[in-house]
Design a protein around this ligand. Structure first.
Ligand SMILES: Cc1cc2nc3c(=O)[nH]c(=O)nc-3n(C[C@H](O)[C@H](O)[C@H](O)COP(=O)(O)O)c2cc1C
Length: 222
């Protein structure tokens, strides 16, 4: 079972978010997952230029690491998104990855996979950013096994750390169990099915320009 962890903190695994992610990954190991960590700031993921070429051809013409990350997402069983709270949202690095995923989103291409979310903040204002990343997981078609967020107490330390880390370990194990048991989360299923219908009709409407995506939906078994 392959689990890809994507971290968008400029500090990579060396910061607060990396520390909390480590604990989730301990749970993934306990659950039998094989882990690959992708640190976006150590790569190049440019912002989306809104050229629409990915919709027509199936790949992004920007020459950077996005297509490689996309391949890893398409090949994994589960993935983790980890970002600090930057002004009530994710970092620009993580947002660039989200925006570049617009082709994956039109095809709801990660259906059948599972995700989980890790977030840290200065203030403890975590919920909205965790929910935002979980919504991204649903938008690409995957189901979220859960999310964890925490304010920091200092450099790589957190309030009530033992309890937090136990929850983080559990989240990693839950992600693996979700993959193994092919769990269903009914509310997320409903969201995905409605979103999928919307994306299919959007692509149908633009079928002359978005040739790759239109062919994809014609041949995809539901
Ligand atoms: C540019 C920037 C914006 C931030 N915005 C917020 C914010 O809106 N709310 C908050 O609680 N913390 C905010 N923080 C604090 C970080 O979320 C927090 O320190 C986090 O744990 C950093 O994680 P890292 O060590 O993995 O980078 C911000 C930090 C930076 C550098």
């Amino acid at each position: 079972m392959k689990i890809v962890a994507i971290i968008g903190s400029p500090h990579g695994m060396a910061g607060n978010t990396g520390r909390l992610l480590e604990e989730v990954l301990t749970g993934v190991e306990q659950g039998g997952g094989e882990i690959e960590v992708i640190s976006i700031p150590e790569m190049r993921v440019e912002p989306c230029k809104s050229c629409d070429i990915c919709h027509n051809t199936g790949s992004c013409p920007t020459d950077d690491n996005f297509e490689m990350i996309k391949c890893k997402l398409l090949a994994c069983d589960g993935f983790i998104l980890a970002s600090p709270n930057y002004i009530h949202s994710v970092t620009a690095q993580m947002k660039a990855l989200f925006d570049r995923s617009v082709g994956i989103i039109h095809l709801v291409e990660l259906e059948g996979k599972y995700g989980a979310v890790v977030e840290t903040s200065g203030s403890g204002d975590d919920e909205a950013v965790v929910r935002y990343m979980e919504r991204f997981i649903n938008t690409v078609g995957a189901q979220s096994a859960g999310g964890i967020g925490s304010g920091m107490a200092g450099f790589r330390t957190f309030p009530e750390e033992a309890t937090l880390f136990a929850k983080a370990n559990e989240l990693g194990r839950e992600l693996c169990l979700s993959v193994q048991e092919k769990r269903h989360f009914p509310e997320q299923d409903a969201y995905r099915n409605a979103f999928k219908a919307r994306m299919q009709s959007l692509v149908e409407y633009r079928k002359n320009e978005w040739v790759y995506e239109s062919k994809y939906w014609e041949t995809r078994s539901q």
